[in-house]
Design a protein around this ligand. Structure first.
Ligand code: NIG
Ligand code: FE
Length: 399
């Protein structure tokens, strides 16, 4: 990995098609497309955006995109990267007919507890780097494979070395030690574990699902987290219909994630909360569990705000690739290529309540992905092809 300084100024010119996500900047509706565009990056921020013919001169460096497309860096608002081991055997069995259940999480819990700090740190670094090479410049990361006070706290500390978007997911499943006492585990998650974890996290999450935590337990955990300054997000309605989505909206959660099994009332709730609770769709999970995809079209037509993320984790979605998720969302979930790109950038930013990322506008962080293609549409049109040719993270070029 090489980089150039983020403190100097760089003109990126010759951009055949620039997605800004700033409707006032160009054509193409919400994507704010600018053809034959240029961008000036200064001190890690976007300093100028517009037609290449009108670009300022005199920057320290010039980069010629040679007619290719540039998009905002992807904002992956849902991942579980602090883990050890993998679940190849479980995946293999599933592809031979076994179904996915929450129970497999405990396999990763055992491996994660047995790992050293250095091993866990190296794993997170590896997957963050893997994501970055594929255009992801902001990545949320959850705990949830420790399930003891010490192991959850250490997961958050390790995640925090790699990202600011850290989520406390002590309520991933009931820890094995509490299998006969789930209420006792909820007490732990809302008590001593929360005390240890709250200083290291921005968000609190619960897997609200049959086999994990029910609506009342989820409410108790999210409310306790909120009292400690953590903003809720919810694993909701992944495997079955249930209370997760309604709870997320009621508690003003930043996102309801998965949203695969929704009633009309769930869709209406997400639509009415479109300014605050984002419906985050995670097609990697349905792909890797051979399950039915969420219906993005239904949510978009109702007026919900939709984000697309990877859910990268060793059990249900072992992909760090946002371009893969975009391609699946377009092919299988009723999204247009424009909608999918927006959801993977501005949508992810909305799910993390960030306005400094997910768009290319003056003052925003200079997070950019150069595609080896003339248009962002190729992300869906050329599935599986490594189209991300260069990435700038806060103005620093990663290659
Ligand atoms: O988002 N749904 C809960 N958690 C993960 C799965 C984690 C695992 O299977 O290890 C998910 O899909
Ligand atoms: Fe998840």
């Amino acid at each position: 990995m090489t980089s150039t300084s983020g403190t100097s100024s760089t003109l990126i010119t010759g951009i055949g098609s620039l997605v800004t996500n700033d409707p006032s900047a160009g054509s193409g509706g919400p994507l704010g497309l600018v053809a034959d565009a240029a961008v000036v990056v200064e001190h890690g921020r976007i300093a100028w955006v517009g037609p290449a013919a009108a670009a300022p001169t005199g920057t320290d460096q010039v980069f010629d995109a040679a007619g290719r497309a540039v998009v905002p860096g992807f904002v992956d608002s849902h991942s579980h990267l602090v883990f050890a081991g993998d679940r190849t055997a479980e995946f293999n069995a599933r592809m031979s007919g076994r179904s996915y259940t929450a129970g497999g999480i405990r396999t990763t819990v055992a491996a994660t507890r047995a790992a050293t700090d250095a091993e866990l740190d190296a794993n997170v670094a590896r997957y963050v780097r893997e994501a970055l090479r594929q255009g992801t410049t902001v990545l949320e990361c959850k705990s949830g494979y420790g399930l003891t006070v010490g192991d959850e706290e250490r997961a958050l500390r390790i995640a925090g070395r790699h990202t600011d978007e850290v989520t406390y997911l002590g309520a991933h499943v009931v820890a094995p030690e509490y299998a006969d006492d789930p209420a006792g585990y909820v007490d732990l998650v809302t008590g001593a574990m929360l005390d240890a974890c709250a200083p290291h996290a921005r968000w609190v999450d619960v897997f609200c699902e049959r086999g994990a935590f029910d609506g009342d337990q989820a409410r108790a955990i999210l409310t306790a987290g909120a009292k400690r300054g953590l903003t809720p997000r919810v694993h909701a309605n992944q495997l079955t219909e249930g209370p997760g989505v309604q709870l997320a909206v009621e508690l003003g959660a930043a996102s309801a994630d998965h949203c695969t099994h929704l009633t009309d009332a769930d869709v209406a709730a997400l639509a009415s909360a479109s300014g605050s609770t984002v419906a985050t769709l995670l097609p990697g999970a349905e792909f890797s569990t051979r399950a039915v995809y969420p219906d993005a079209r239904r949510l978009l037509d109702a007026g919900a705000t939709v984000a697309l993320s990877t859910d990268c984790n060793p059990g249900s979605s072992f992909t760090s690739s946002v371009p893969f998720c975009i391609a699946v969302a377009v092919r299988e979930m009723g999204m247009t290529p424009d909608e999918a790109l927006w959801s993977a950038t501005a949508g992810g930013a909305a799910a993390l309540r960030r306005t400094d990322v997910g768009r290319v506008a003056v003052g925003a962080r200079a997070d950019l992905a150069l595609l080896d293609a003339p248009s962002h549409v190729h992300l869906a049109y050329r599935p599986g092809v490594p189209l991300v040719a260069a990435v700038w993270s806060a103005g620093v070029r990663i290659s």
